[in-house]
Design a protein around this ligand. Structure first.
Ligand code: XMP
Length: 510
């Protein structure tokens, strides 16, 4: 089914995909296209509206990205954001100048609420600015609809022609009611009715995958994490048995995790290969206590196992990766490169030839990936999983690793997670786990002295995992968890709760 289409023209700004994501949030289908291809994109997609992203340039720079004036004559509503606003002003005969003082960050802004862009919002709102140039003279037919102390034209409009421009970034969270502004543009100006859902995204993604893959074979390294699980579900719907998922159980998973991952995919139409590689991983890790060395050994061994499996399957054309948008460093939507082997595939063998990489989640944000997972009918506990590091429990057993230590940690961690879930806190605390320190201390149990390990519990709240606060788990709950762990798990006689934020700590201990 064809959906109403919004075209986002990419001028190289850092928030391009965030703009696209906000538009999707409003229930409108959109695609980001390079600005150079604006004519083709308009012809092909007949958009109801066009959004210009920001960009790092000045309109007066040599080779500054521009669009022809004729774009504004097509009768299609346009919203220019930041650099996109300046392009509009410049193209239509206004003036853009170096601002006497730069504006960066949160800015008090006054709005003209009669503008369709700001209807129903507040007359004074904080916007997020990031610019050195500004619009110093309006193009003919335009009027100012927002201003700030340092910027006379924070927003301008030509209602008759449905042209709007904002100097700030409505797509970032720091702009108050930014999403509502975009909603206003889409619904009140462009006439969108919100006819798009994540279910539609799934359908489009499935059709795209089928077209790209044809009869080829696809290999996916499945970790059981949210992204690779959602990708497995999507690919399974798209290409069924042409897909092989290789799940390497390195013996560093949490309690029951290997079986759970396998069970979760048992009903799906895909080839599932579980490689039980505990012995070889533990053998390589024996006696190693340096965190970085542990990580390197695990990465390398993972490659070797995957390599062996890829060879067994043979003639695999495509490699699927659960890359999501925050993992994508470069901006824009440049043509996907044809890739042969590769290093950008975190830790995959060099010499396995893949015709191409398939990354259907690369434009989605984490919460959208979860939404998609639900749409595809993936089990709740897979969709809502907390992040789990690739090296697994190897970096949660501090110092050298043994199977006994791993088993102790697994049991303790299981109790911790079980109690947090029972208390209904499992979605409020974004990541929580136990760490087996290598420290031993004296305790007393029954009438005897013990000399056992200290276990640390860690729980954090965070939005992006770049910074984090420690979760305020109620003392009574901590008491219950502590009691259960020392009673039910051997070799632990002391439990501490980690009360550091990130920074200065990190979330994981190694
Ligand atoms: P840190 O410890 O750096 O962790 O504060 C931030 C987030 O990243 C996860 N993490 C990893 N994830 N491979 C992964 O896939 C890794 O090697 C790795 N190390 C840390 C960590 O669990 C937290 O969510």
């Amino acid at each position: 089914m064809a959906h109403q289409f919004i075209l986002v023209l990419d001028f190289g700004g850092q928030y391009n995909q965030l703009i696209a994501r906000r538009i999707r949030e409003c229930g409108c289908y959109c695609e980001v296209h390079p600005y150079q291809k604006w004519k083709e994109a308009i012809e092909q997609h007949r958009p109801l509206g066009i959004v210009f992203t920001g960009g790092p340039n000045s309109v007066y720079a040599d080779n500054a990205p521009q669009v022809g004036k004729e774009l504004f004559e097509l009768g299609i509503p346009v919203l220019g954001i930041c650099y996109g606003a300046q392009i509009m002003a410049h193209a239509l005969g206004g003036e853009v100048s170096h601002a006497p003082s730069k504006e960066y960050g949160k800015t008090e802004t006054k709005f003209e609420l009669s503008s369709p862009m700001f209807e129903g919002l507040d007359a004074n709102m904080v916007t997020w600015m990031s610019h050195t140039d500004y619009i110093s003279k309006l193009p003919e037919g335009f009027s100012v609809c927002a201003s700030s102390e340092n910027c006379p034209v924070v927003a301008m409009e030509n209602r008759e022609k449905k042209l709007y421009a904002v100097q700030f970034h409505p797509e970032v969270q720091h702009t108050q009611h930014g999403t509502e502004m975009l909603h206003n543009f889409l619904f009140r100006v462009c006439g969108c009715n919100g006819d798009w859902t994540m279910g539609d995204y799934a359908q489009t993604a499935i059709a795209d995958i089928r077209e790209k893959v044809g009869n080829g074979k696809v290999l996916l390294a499945l970790s059981g994490g949210v992204d690779s699980s959602v990708l497995a579900a999507l690919l399974s719907k798209a290409i069924g048995s042409q897909l092989t998922c290789v799940f390497v159980d390195h013996g560093l998973m949490r309690k029951n995790e290997g079986d759970e991952v396998e069970a979760a995919f048992s009903d799906w139409d895909l080839n599932f290969v579980r490689v039980n590689a505990e012995d070889r991983f533990l053998a390589k890790l024996a006696g190693v206590s340096d965190p970085e060395t542990k990580r390197k050994i695990i990465g390398e061994e993972f490659i070797r196992v995957f390599e062996e499996e890829a060879k067994k399957i043979g003639a695999v054309d495509f490699l699927a990766q659960g890359t999501i948008y925050p993992d994508v460093i470069e901006s824009g939507t440049g043509d996907a490169a044809v890739i042969k082997s590769h290093h950008n595939v975190g830790g995959l063998p060099d010499y396995v030839d893949f015709k191409e990489i398939v990354e259907p989640l690369r434009l989605l944000f984490k919460d959208e990936v979860r939404q998609l997972g639900m749409e595809l009918g993936l089990a709740d506990y897979l969709v809502w999983r907390q992040p789990f590091p690739g090296p697994g429990l190897a970096i949660r057993v501090i110092g050298d690793i043994t199977k006994d230590k791993l088993d102790t940690l697994r049991d303790a961690d299981f109790i911790f997670r079980e109690e947090i879930a029972k208390a209904g806190l499992d979605r409020q605390i974004h990541q929580y786990f136990a760490v087996l320190t290598s420290m031993r201390s004296v305790g007393v149990m029954g009438d005897g002295r013990t000399y056992d390990y200290t276990l640390a519990l860690r729980g954090v709240t965070t939005t992006d995992f770049m910074t984090a606060d420690f979760a305020r788990i109620p003392y009574d709950l901590l008491a219950k968890i502590s009691n259960r762990i020392v009673n039910e798990v051997g070799n632990i006689n002391r439990i501490v709760y980690d009360i550091t934020t990130k920074p200065p700590s990190t979330i994981e201990w190694e």
